[in-house]
Design a binder for this molecule. Sequence first.
Ligand SMILES: C[S@@+](CC[C@H](N)C(=O)[O-])C[C@H]1O[C@@H](n2cnc3c(N)ncnc32)[C@H](O)[C@@H]1O
Ligand code: SF4
Length: 409
Amino acid sequence: MVPLGIYIHIPFCSTKCDYCNFASGVYPESAVLPYLEALREEILGVKGWLAESCKPLPRLDEFEVDTIYFGGGTPSLIDARHIAGLTRLVGEVFTIAANREVTLEVNPGSVDSQRAQLHVEAGVNRVSIGMQAFQDDLLKRIGRSHSVADSYSTWSLYRSAGISNASLDLIAGLPGQTSKGWQENLDAVEEIAPEHISIYLLEIHEGTRFGSLYSKPATVASGMARRGAGAGAPQGLAAIDLPDEELVVDFYERAAGRFSQMGYRQYEISNFALPGRESRHNLKYWTRQPFIGFGCGAYSHLADWRWGNERSVGRYVERIRQTGHAIEYSADLGAVEHEEEAVFLGLRLTDGIGLAGFRARFGVDLRDRYRTPIAYLQQAGLVEFVPDRFRLTPRGWLLSNEVFTELLR
Ligand SMILES: C[S@@+](CC[C@H](N)C(=O)[O-])C[C@H]1O[C@@H](n2cnc3c(N)ncnc32)[C@H](O)[C@@H]1O
Ligand code: SF4
C-alpha cells in the first residue's frame, strides 16, 4: 500500500489575526453547516471527480491513509462531532492505516475538557496548539483572541484527555517582541515540555492588517527577507516596532540552541521534535509524498499532479454543489518542475538533499546542475556539502527564500 496524507481545512475563526493570510475568517454560524456539507460531498465524491480531473489517475485503492490533518482556520472551534464525522467519512472512502497520525490544529481557549475528550474519542492523537507568544499584551496586539493562561489551560486539557503527542507554535519577529519576552517564551516551552515545537518567522502579507501597517506589500518572502535582505524593508513609523534583523536572528538561534540542549532535533527550517515525534503529515509535504486536501484553499499532490482549491468559503460551497469539486488551478508537473520542487522542498529539511538519490531520480549530478549558484551560495555561507548530501547552513535557514531564488532563477 502507498501511504497517503489527507488534509481537511476548517476556515472558521473567532477573530481574524492581524498577520494571517490563511483561507480563514470570522463567519456567521449559518455558514458552518453548508460548508461541512460541501466538505462531505467533496470527500465522498473524490474518486469520481479525480477520475475526471487527474489523468492518468493513480489507483486510489492502492493508497492507505496514514495521516489526517485538520487545519485552519480553527478546527477546534467547531462542534467536535463534526471532527468525528469527517474522520469516519475518510475511513469510508479510503483504507486507513492502524497506526495513523490524526492531527488537530487547536487555538488556545477554543475548547473545554468535554470537547478535548471528544476530540480524542474522534480519533485525534496529535494536537498542534497555536500559542504564538507568552505575553498577554503582545497577544492582544497581534489580534489573538486568547490569553497566556488559555494557552496553559488548553495544553492541560489535552494532556488530561490523554494526548501524548503535542506541538506548540511560536512566532518570532512580532512587533514589540523583546529579548526578554523571547526568553520568557523559551522558558515557557521548557516548562510545558511539548513533543514538538514550530517556530515561524513573521511573514507580512499584503491584504492583512500587518500588510497595511508595516511597509511595502510583502511577498511570501520570509520575515528575514522582509527585514531588508531582499523583499523590501519596513517603511513608516509603525515599522519601528518590528524587532530588527539581528534580534530576530538571535531569537531563532537562541531557540535552536536551547531546544537542542533539551533533546529536540531540528528537522526542518521551522520545526523541532523529540526523537520520533516529527510531524508525519507535514513531512509528506517536504518529501513529496502524496496527499489530498479537502476544503477551501486546500492543496493536493498526487503523482505528477498538484492542485489547489478555491479559497473563498462561499465560492467553494457553490463550486462543490455545481461540480463536486472546487479545483481552482492544477498543474501537471514536467521533469523541470519535479526537479525544482525536489530542490526547494528538500532544502527545507535539515538533512538536505541526498546526492545519490537526486542523481538516480533526475539523471544529473546536483553539483553540475547548479554549479554557478552553488559556488556563490557556498561562498556566502548559506549552503554546504556533507558526505553525499547538500543542505542549507543554519544561516541559510534564515535566508532560505533567497537561497531558493538564487538556485532556481
Ligand atoms: C494554519 S496557521 C493557524 C493555526 C491556528 N488557527 C492558530 O492561529 O493558532 C498555523 C501557524 O502558522 C503560523 N503563522 C500564521 N500566519 C503567520 C505569519 N504571517 N507569519 C508567521 N507565522 C504565521 C502561526 O504560528 C500559526 O499557529
Ligand atoms: S486563528 Fe489562526 S487561522 Fe484564524 S485568523 Fe488567527 S492565525 Fe489565522
